[in-house]
Design a protein around this ligand. Structure first.
Ligand SMILES: NC(=O)c1ccc[n+]([C@@H]2O[C@H](COP(=O)([O-])OP(=O)(O)OC[C@H]3O[C@@H](n4cnc5c(N)ncnc54)[C@H](O)[C@@H]3O)[C@@H](O)[C@H]2O)c1
Length: 364
């Protein structure tokens, strides 16, 4: 392990597509990191990176010996690549989803635990200041007892997203694993583990092998009720990517919300942190006017904050905010959603997780 006093962490990026290039930009912009290599099977086509480029991960690890690796290759390659990097002693920032199936994610979580590896899963939204502020407000009872949450992520992806990159429309992708997985991570972070889920999904709008739209109902162990709609076919201003300035690729719509949380004493929308509550002295019920104020949080880009945290994890100065074991819970929820959408039956999460774990155990 590199010493906590080291100034510059030597980071390699595996996968130089849409997301990998963003990571490269953030690493270049950090005073605490140095980009030491990029890996991509299309190495010959990569230009202007100004660092050694490799066509496969093993030779990069053997040659460059990076302190840390950002893994941003297609979902199906995540587990094998992350394990290779862990075996080589590197800290890993692994893009979401951690794996394209629960059983593969469980294998990786086992490796991380056995090797005491430093692995952070790339659910960058958790690093957004609005999430820490909202979580504190929710846990401090600032809107009373939370009753329910409703959320949406819908954006119309361009057709080239699917035609130019075949894995985007193959099993292991789809709006649930590519997009909704971030929202599921946040819902678990804010409201705890879900106890029960019901879901419906559709391929109607795009006609691909993977779903383009999914509707989910949740009951959390805390009693909070939830609903979420996600679609990569429907035009909309509602979703985290439109409501934050995290990714320059998505035009920002100020003061937009993606989640609405209702409590017994007020309501909170995210990520704009608008809080609705009754004024002191009025009857706290539906006949009284609601005042709107905004909770404050210092703005910060989630990816920059994530990289800073990853550097802390790499030097052993912090535990990962999203560990492999934590992200495994989100993968279980993804599979429960798929199962409910397939069978039309609600899924009891505790029983479902136990069945997944025992099936994975029988496979090994
Ligand atoms: N955190 C986020 O908000 C976010 C956003 C988009 C994508 N992602 C994730 O990032 C990852 C990459 O997505 P993308 O949209 O950039 O995909 P992409 O297809 O644009 O890029 C993937 C790149 O990986 C390369 N590649 C393929 N197999 C490889 C291998 N075995 N080793 C190394 N490189 C390999 C491809 O040539 C390509 O350049 C996915 O896991 C995706 O889910 C995360």
């Amino acid at each position: 392990m590199i010493s906590a006093g080291s100034k510059i962490v030597r980071i390699a990026v595996v996968g130089a597509g849409f997301m990998g290039r963003q990571h490269i930009g953030f690493i270049r912009g950090s005073s605490r990191a140095e980009l030491v290599a990029v890996v991509d099977p299309r190495a010959d086509a990569l230009t202007g990176l100004d660092c050694p480029v490799f066509s496969e991960t093993r030779s990069m690890l053997d040659t460059v010996h990076p302190d840390a690796v950002v893994v941003a290759n297609p979902n199906a390659a995540h587990v094998d690549t992350a394990r290779e990097c862990i075996e080589a002693g590197a800290a890993v920032l692994l893009e979401k989803p951690m794996a394209s199936s629960y059983s593969a994610a469980l294998r990786l979580a086992d490796t991380v635990a056995r090797q005491r590896a430093r692995l952070l899963v790339g659910h960058q939204r958790r690093h957004h200041p609005a999430i820490a502020r909202a979580r504190a407000a929710i846990h401090a009872g600032e809107i009373g007892q939370v009753v329910a949450v409703s959320g949406m992520w819908s954006a119309r992806k361009d057709d080239a997203y699917f035609t130019d990159t075949p894995w985007h429309s193959e099993p292991g992708a789809g709006v649930t694993l590519i997009n909704l997985v971030h929202d599921l991570d946040l819902l678990r972070h804010l409201f705890g583990e879900p106890a029960e889920v019901q879901a419906m999904s559709s391929r109607h709008a795009r006609g691909l092998d993977v779903e383009d739209t999914v509707s989910v109902n949740l009951r959390f162990e805390s009693g909070v009720m939830g609903s979420f709609l996600a679609s990569d076919a429907g035009v909309s201003p509602w979703g985290w990517d439109q409501a934050t300035e995290d990714a320059a690729a998505f035009p920002f719509i100020p003061d937009m919300d993606a989640y609405r949380v209702v409590g017994t004493r007020g309501a909170l929308s995210l990520p704009n942190l608008a809080r609705f509550s009754y004024d002191a002295g009025v009857s706290p019920d539906w006949h009284s006017p609601l005042s709107r104020t905004h909770l404050s949080a210092s703005p910060r880009n989630s990816f920059e904050a994530q990289l800073d945290h990853f550097i802390d994890v790499a030097v052993g100065a912090a535990e990962p905010l999203i560990s492999a074991a934590d992200a495994l819970g989100t993968l279980a929820l993804v599979e429960a959603i798929a199962s409910s959408a397939r069978t039309g039956e609600p899924v009891d999460l505790a029983r479902f997780r136990a069945a997944l774990a025992s099936r994975a155990g029988a496979e090994t």
